[in-house]
Ligand binder design. Sequence first.
Ligand code: HEC
Ligand code: HEC
Length: 472
Amino acid sequence: MNATGIERCGGIARGVRCSILACVVALVAAHGRGESAFPDTSSARQTRGREHLLTRAYLPADFDQEVFDALWTTWEEPLKSRAEQAPVEERRRMAMERYGLVPLPSDPSRSMQYVVDAAGCWTMSCLACHQGQVRGVAIPGVPNSNYALETLTEEVRLVKVQQRKAFSHMDVGALLLPLGTTNGTTNAVIFGVALMRHRDPDLSIVQRPPRFDLVHHDMDAPAWWHYARRKSLYADGFAPKGHRMLMQFLLVKENGPEKFHGWEDEFREIEQWIAALEPPAWPGSIDRELAGAGAVVFADHCGACHGSYGPDGSYPDRVIPIDEVGTDRVRLGSLTAKERGDLNESWFGHFGEDAAGLQDRESPTGYVAPPLDGVWATAPYLHNGSAPTLWHVLHPKQRPAVWRRTPTGYDNARVGLEVEELSEMPPGRLLPSVRRSYFDTRKPGKSAAGHDFPDALSDEEKAAVLEYLKTL
Ligand code: HEC
Ligand code: HEC
């Protein structure tokens, strides 16, 4: 790549100097750490945690404003011509919609998913996957079910070639690893495995040959408001909670151990913000009588795994063997006991101390039955995001083989994404950006089979449970 100094952000060759020094250091200075401005109460710490997520660039920058503003030039027709004729604000809105970005309320030309600094450098944040919107409303901690990371990265690369700018870590990483084959889900677990491979337990960087046997698969991010209820993290519950565990996503080679040490306090605050999040209330009406009947059915058929709700609620955090739950197995088999153990025995898990209270978690037998608070807002369902609505979770035999969501539609009756259901992928060659708008449950890691427990219920009981789930 030409490096004549045109680019201000990112770039493997010059990025270390440009993005780390210009972007990160400038941001630290600009942010002024802020601590002295606030009293040190837990609510002030939570507020600062949220601020860090929105303002701190913990990774090298991905692209600059000039690249973002030219992304439309790579789009298919008729979208491209529409963008060409549109004013710049409208073009930016179109770009946000295409890539599943949520406009920042205070400045709709920016998104909650990327921190943008004074130089116009865009840097991916945790909120890329962990902040979405439901019915057009951004709910704190709701997973981003629209994020089109792979399409965004591909189109950023095309523009960078045109503008003769260097590739960033994400642009290069995407050539080695798939980022996500369906919008709204990502290969995030395997990013972590691939990056951890080049670290010793104390996070010092060691070069090891890359692995070619990684089991790539897409995951639906979980809701952050479950954090306080859960005793362990992730679909298979192998990892202990803790502010250090939350930093795993920052393992790019530009971040050495000293950066992780320096950011610990900020991640304590981020953890406090996440742990204080509350599930959102269902915004529509509820048939209280029906929901009451559903509560009884739920307690009999679901509560032993998913817990109880309300003021005296309790949550068991149970791992259910894979043969019993019967959902897609790829995620469970994608990590080895050694990989799970290495993470827990590293700096991220205080060298094994954090996992002391979790037993037998390195070789889990299945998936954790997740808490269901605010479950109405977290579609699609199951760990791989294969069931578009709660109705589909409750009707295992009627889950579609292929489905495609409408861009922002919400299905009030079935509670979840508004979808078009298909028995096959559409014929012919689809553009990659279009292909990623379909969820094909027959692809590896994407099965919507299993969790047949609702089969024990009559249709009336299912309708009652669906109504009850809205109240959680
Ligand atoms: C590219 C998307 C992506 C990004 C970026 C990302 N995450 Fe996640 N996160 C996921 C996915 C997917 C999972 C589920 C993994 C699993 O269960 O195996 C997850 C799981 C989690 C969980 C566990 C929740 C639970 O209930 O088990 C927490 C907490 C979390 N992420 C915090 C963070 C923080 C903090 C950051 C930023 C430092 C971050 N994530 C960045 C995708 C992402
Ligand atoms: C034997 C334990 C068990 C029983 C009984 C059970 N579930 Fe589950 N449930 C699970 C597990 C495990 C998962 C996670 C599966 C996965 O993601 O692959 C799950 C996932 C779910 C999800 C998806 C959650 C999400 O965020 O994606 C919903 C909704 C759900 N269950 C509802 C119910 C209802 C309603 C009942 C009762 C009719 C029920 N479950 C009975 C174990 C159980």
